[in-house]
Ligand binder design. Structure first.
Ligand SMILES: NC(=O)c1ccc[n+]([C@@H]2O[C@H](COP(=O)([O-])OP(=O)(O)OC[C@H]3O[C@@H](n4cnc5c(N)ncnc54)[C@H](OP(=O)(O)O)[C@@H]3O)[C@@H](O)[C@H]2O)c1
Ligand SMILES: [Zn+2]
Length: 309
């Protein structure tokens, strides 16, 4: 039994409560990881708002968890398959996550890290792994013209770097001038107004991270037989398509991309560990989780908010 400081979501859309909870013994085949850094994913914000109808508070969020096991640096792959043919359990949703000092996880989900840069992994790995999956299932590769929306957020700013590594010609849409500057520094062609579809010429792919606020413009910027990959929908509102005829006339393809495999997660760790992806984040102590949330929602963070216990 250990006492564990945790940020507990007791009611959707309300501030987290910082509490000390007792954690029982570790289950057989599981390990207890001492958390060093946890990223605050856009997905956590969706959970916080009550966007996943299957989840009920109290909840301890956080699936971007990096820390120590027996003194070694590790990450936890956040999808747990408890038995075959079953939907995986997600860390920080179905099971207590990383907004805490310790997290329990099945041994098979624990991946060794090449370095102790916990905060960098917490900032970048989920975004990079997400984009590795996107590129793999959609076929994005060398020389494709790809637009990424929500480019200044955690998935966007780390994901665009992976697309550039593949040799894609990357465009990013951001609303924020500070994010635009950073993206330009990364070699991204930045579009910063919502009429971007008039300015950039036709795209082969759009990686739609923002969702509702941009999807109609994203569709308009696709070429004939272009592909829209739906990754996120930040406001959680229904997606309303203004001109469905465009789908038909341009023979657009729409695909969804859900999470990433453990191999994609390992590859993202390697890229971050090798310094091939630059991590962008702002660090907060676990006690300051509510301040981190308001900073994210008010657009004050480029990349990720990262919690440290
Ligand atoms: N499918 C998957 O595998 C997967 C994995 C991770 C996350 N997600 C989803 O992807 C989405 C983003 O995640 P994230 O971690 O990148 O979140 P994040 O770090 O909070 O960034 C979201 C970005 O979306 C843009 N945005 C927010 N509100 C907007 C608005 N009203 N209009 C236009 N753009 C807006 C902003 O970009 P700018 O500031 O640059 O304008 C913001 O930085 C979430 O819906 C999350 O659930 C999906
Ligand atoms: Zn994530």
């Amino acid at each position: 039994m250990v006492k564990v400081k945790s940020a507990v979501l007791k009611e959707f859309s309300k501030p987290f409560a910082i509490e000390t909870l007792e954690k029982g013994d570790v289950k057989e085949g599981w390990r207890r990881v001492r958390v060093k850094a946890t990223g605050i994913c856009g997905r956590d914000i969706v959970v916080w708002r009550g966007g996943f109808k299957n989840l009920k508070p109290p909840l301890i969020l956080g699936h971007e968890v990096f820390g120590e096991l027996d003194g070694k640096p590790v990450g936890i792959y956040p999808g747990f398959t408890v038995s075959e043919n079953q939907k995986p359990f997600i860390l920080g949703e179905d099971l207590p996550g990383g907004y805490a000092e310790y997290v329990d996880a099945p041994y098979g989900n624990i991946v060794e890290l090449p370095t102790r840069d916990y905060e960098k992994y917490a900032a970048a790995v989920c975004g990079v792994a997400t984009m590795i999956h996107v590129a793999r299932i959609s076929g994005i590769g060398c020389c494709d013209r790809v637009l990424v929306t929500g480019a200044g957020g955690g998935v966007g700013i780390h994901g665009v770097q992976y697309l550039s590594m593949l040799g894609a010609n990357v465009y990013g849409y951001t609303r924020r001038p500070e994010a635009a500057r950073v993206l330009r520094g990364l070699g991204v062609n930045v579009v910063d107004s919502l009429d971007f579809y008039k300015k950039i010429g036709r795209m082969d792919y759009v990686v739609e991270i923002a969702g509702g606020p941009t999807i109609n413009r994203s569709m308009r910027s696709l070429r004939f037989e272009g592909t829209l990959i739906l990754v996120g929908n930040v406001t959680g509102e229904p997606l309303v398509i203004d001109r469905p005829a465009l789908f038909i006339m341009r023979q657009l393809r729409v695909i969804g991309s859900a999470a990433y495999s453990i191999d994609e997660y390992r590859y993202a760790i390697k890229l971050v560990g090798d310094g091939l992806i630059k991590a962008f984040y702002k660090k907060y102590s676990l006690d300051d989780v509510n301040r981190a949330y308001s900073d994210i929602m008010e657009g004050r963070i480029i990349g990720r908010g990262v919690l440290v216990p």
